[in-house]
Design a protein around this ligand. Structure first.
Ligand code: SF4
Length: 323
């Protein structure tokens, strides 16, 4: 578990804001603004934060489904951001994505058999006979029936469709799966089935996950470490027990205070109500981006951006309270 599979250095994704009659660039939306972290082989890193915090954009920029503006993404010792199209196509065999809405990501006109075989055709894996055998194996692995191979996506429930999405990601024997809100569209009972399936598959196939979600309970269930994002920045990163038992960043403390806990001692966290709305990433506050909503904000917070620093035992926090 010590070997780093993925290292993200100073990743940025800025979207241009166009305006005026000529459609000139009048500003930038900083969806991901200098994010760095690494993921060890075999671990699950959860990325959490409110809608618009940049967690999904981070996932897509790692795979270059959208082009990063700057930064480095080292995967198995190679920088993904510098790869040619051909190198990227080969690397994507090892890095797959599972999307939030499996219905939108599965071609409605293709049978499940074709959907699962297609990635193997693209990556030239196996003979036709071997691919068809693997399709049947994948259906079995994700808990679907062999008879489902000829069905179409609309003939499945949401949970079954997500199983198909996971099977499709597994088809090419990936090392890393980036799962972007994979269970948030599912009923709670189905969520736990899909999470359990992902954990079983991780053990069986030695997978590494980046698990993106807004639901802190879901992230806790599946993650080894958790990164909390706010306005395109990583504000806290540590192992899940430290994060949930002893959150250090005021934003993480507020997020966790809103999560209901069942504590036998009746020891409940005091609810912290955040003031104001999340500022727009097109106009992020200077200094600490959280200072407009933070009850601990100091003079320095309005001027100087806090770096993500180790506060001890690999508990990284970006907050001037810990300098
Ligand atoms: Fe609050 Fe300042 Fe820490 Fe930002 S740096 S979270 S404003 S105390």
């Amino acid at each position: 578990m010590d070997q780093q599979l993925l290292t993200v250095n100073h990743l940025k994704k800025y979207f241009p804001i166009k305006g005026g009659i000529l459609g000139r660039e009048v500003g930038q939306c900083k969806a991901v603004d200098d994010v760095s972290f690494s993921v060890k082989k075999g671990e699950t890193l959860g990325l959490v934060g409110e809608s618009g915090c940049g967690k999904s954009t981070t996932g897509r920029a790692i795979l270059r489904l959208i082009e990063p503006t700057a930064g480095q993404v080292m995967f198995q010792g190679k920088d993904v951001t510098q790869m040619t199209d051909d190198q990227l196509r080969r690397a994507r065999r090892d890095m797959q994505m599972v999307f939030q809405d499996p219905f939108a990501s599965l071609n409605p006109r293709h049978s499940v058999g074709r959907i699962l075989e297609e990635p193997m055709i693209v990556h030239q894996i196996g003979s036709s006979k071997e691919r068809k055998e693997r399709v049947m194996h994948l259906l079995d692995v994700v808990g679907l029936d062999a008879s489902h191979v000829r069905r179409y996506p609309h003939q499945f429930s949401g949970g079954q469709r997500q199983r198909i999405g996971i099977a499709r990601a597994l088809a090419v024997h990936p090392q890393l799966i980036i799962a972007d809100e994979p269970v948030s569209a599912l009923d709670v009972s189905v969520q736990s089935q899909v999470l359990n399936l992902m954990q079983d598959l991780q053990k069986e196939f030695d997978l590494t996950y980046i698990f993106i979600a807004h639901d802190l309970g879901v992230v806790k269930h599946i993650s080894d470490r958790v990164g909390v994002m706010y306005l395109g920045r990583l504000v806290e990163l540590t192992n899940k027990d430290k994060l949930y038992d002893n959150p250090k960043h005021p934003y993480t403390q507020a997020l966790l205070s809103a999560v209901p806990t069942i504590d036998p001692d009746g020891d409940r966290r005091e609810r912290i109500i955040l003031q104001g709305d999340v500022p727009s990433p097109a106009n992020a506050p200077a200094g600490c981006a959280f200072h407009t909503r933070c009850s601990h904000a100091m003079e320095i917070c309005r001027a100087v951006r806090p770096a993500l620093q180790d506060t001890g035992s690999e508990h990284f926090v970006a907050c001037h309270l810990y300098n």
